[in-house]
Design a protein around this ligand. Sequence first.
Ligand code: ZN
Length: 107
Amino acid sequence: MGYTCSNCKESDVKPGVKLWRHRRDEKGLQLLCFKCAKEDQGVKIAKLKRDGTHKSAHGFTDQIGSGGELIPAIPILYTRKDEGYSYYAVNDFPSKPYTWWQRLPSE
Ligand SMILES: [Zn+2]
């Protein structure tokens, strides 16, 4: 699976935009673009800053939804082909991959 929104039809989404995932992936990994992340959480966020944050009641955050349910999806790239992608845990984003995510277009 590539780094694309699980919800949008491929033609609906620009490749390489920022994606979020559920904090816990019990039901399987779902990657969501900004539009789908807002729909999933039933929240209205007018605009993201370029770095992927928006203003919340608790200051600027890169998480979406109540309790920060959706977090930035930052892939750990394994070297072995058959291992595919895994994702960094929420409080464990190394600065380089996080900077990579911040620089992706927001939508
Ligand atoms: Zn989407």
